[in-house]
Design a protein around this ligand. Structure first.
Ligand code: AMP
Length: 283
């Protein structure tokens, strides 16, 4: 496994791999790797000859007062984990390597960010699309793997790839969970034991919503208010949003359709957690 820190070297390596006839899969991450990240890597390996991962805590996707400085980092542990799943190249640049003092370009997707996390994190998705576009130009992948845990991110990146005619296949991987249902996340490290117990309210909400739908509920606001009560019954929680929406446009849905995205963002103590599922009407 090769660890590359410069853009030039990564581009040369990707070019070499391509010219030797290899297909490249990339898994962009912010590091502090967990089983969810490793699952993306395994999927990448199935679909391509060589797997490149990127580890970069991208400053431009964090807003003022967010956790850029505190974001957990463990480069040594990450390299061991990457090696264990057969990663070929790890691209691990410093912030100054990705954003020089002269940097002044931003990639913006117009409408999809005006929903869900985009409303509470202004500018976040511009940061994401800009860095992912850069990482695509640097690692030159044939395909790229993202987690459905960050549903809106996957939607925004898929849109960017289509709109800018990038010749890259995007693959979404279902959310990997702890045995008790908590979605794996690098930010789970911030949770105290009591907060960790309360954080289960996210997955409980997803399950409760599907049960309500199975029992015939069709009104989004009924589901939202039931979930609001459920989440509020857990200590340390503060709801950012509970949203039922169209899985493609992310526009709010008043009524449940065949498929409706349920997306949640809940602060548990100081930690903002997200989760989602697509609710489906039973056959
Ligand atoms: P991050 O390091 O949080 O930026 O995540 C890097 C990639 O891993 C993104 O595509 C995430 O959606 C994905 N990811 C994070 N957590 C999970 C999870 N629990 N299951 C599946 N994918 C995940």
């Amino acid at each position: 496994m090769e660890v590359i820190e410069t853009v030039d070297r990564m581009q040369q390596s990707a070019e070499y791999l391509r010219s030797a006839g290899n297909t490249i899969a990339v898994v962009p991450t912010m590091g502090f790797l967990h089983e969810g990240h490793l699952e993306l890597m395994r999927v990448g390996k199935i679909h391509a000859d060589t797997l490149v991962i990127t580890i970069f805590v991208n400053p431009t996707q964090f807003g003022p007062g967010e956790d850029y400085e505190q974001y957990p980092r463990d480069p040594e542990g990450d390299l061991k984990a990457a090696e264990s799943v057969g990663v070929y190249v790890v691209f691990m640049p410093a912030a100054g390597e990705m954003y020089t003092d002269m940097h002044q370009t931003r990639v913006t997707v117009e409408r999809l960010p005006n929903h869900l996390c985009g409303l509470s994190r202004p500018g976040h998705f511009d940061g994401v699309t800009t860095v992912v576009a850069k990482l695509f130009h640097i690692t030159k992948p044939h395909l790229a793997i993202f987690g459905q845990k960050d549903y809106q991110q996957l939607a925004v990146i898929s849109r960017m790839v289509m709109d800018l005619n990038m010749d890259i296949k995007i693959i979404g991987v279902p959310t990997v969970r702890e045995p008790d249902g908590l979605a794996m996340s690098s930010r789970n490290k911030y949770l105290s034991d009591d907060e960790r117990a309360s954080a289960l309210c996210l997955k409980k909400s997803l399950d409760a919503a599907q049960e309500l739908m199975d029992a015939g509920e069709t009104e989004s606001r009924v589901i939202s208010s039931r979930l609001e009560a459920l989440i509020n019954s857990h200590p340390f929680t503060e709801i950012d949003y509970i949203e039922l929406c169209d899985p493609v446009t992310l526009d709010h849905a008043d009524r449940l359709e065949e498929e409706t995205l349920l997306a949640l963002a809940v602060r548990v103590g100081q930690t903002r957690l997200i989760d989602n599922c697509v609710l489906r009407r039973a056959e």
